[in-house]
Design a protein around this ligand. Structure first.
Ligand SMILES: [Zn+2]
Length: 60
């Protein structure tokens, strides 16, 4: 993945949080099951820009 700021090739890294983290769609009622996805994190080692990308983005 290219950095949007300086076009350097970004490195895939792990964001360290307790128990990992995911994104989840908002639901309108408690009967709806939200869609969830893991998140990939990339860092540019030239300018420090960090980018997040959903692993399963198509289901949103
Ligand atoms: Zn950069």
């Amino acid at each position: 993945m290219k950095c949007i700021r300086c076009e350097n090739e970004m490195k895939k890294v792990n964001l360290l949080t307790f128990g990992g983290f995911q994104i989840e769609s908002e639901t309108k009622s408690i009967f709806e099951t939200p869609e969830t996805s893991g998140v990939e994190v990339f860092v540019c080692n030239k300018c420090g820009h960090i980018e997040l990308k959903a692993k399963d983005f198509r289901k949103f």
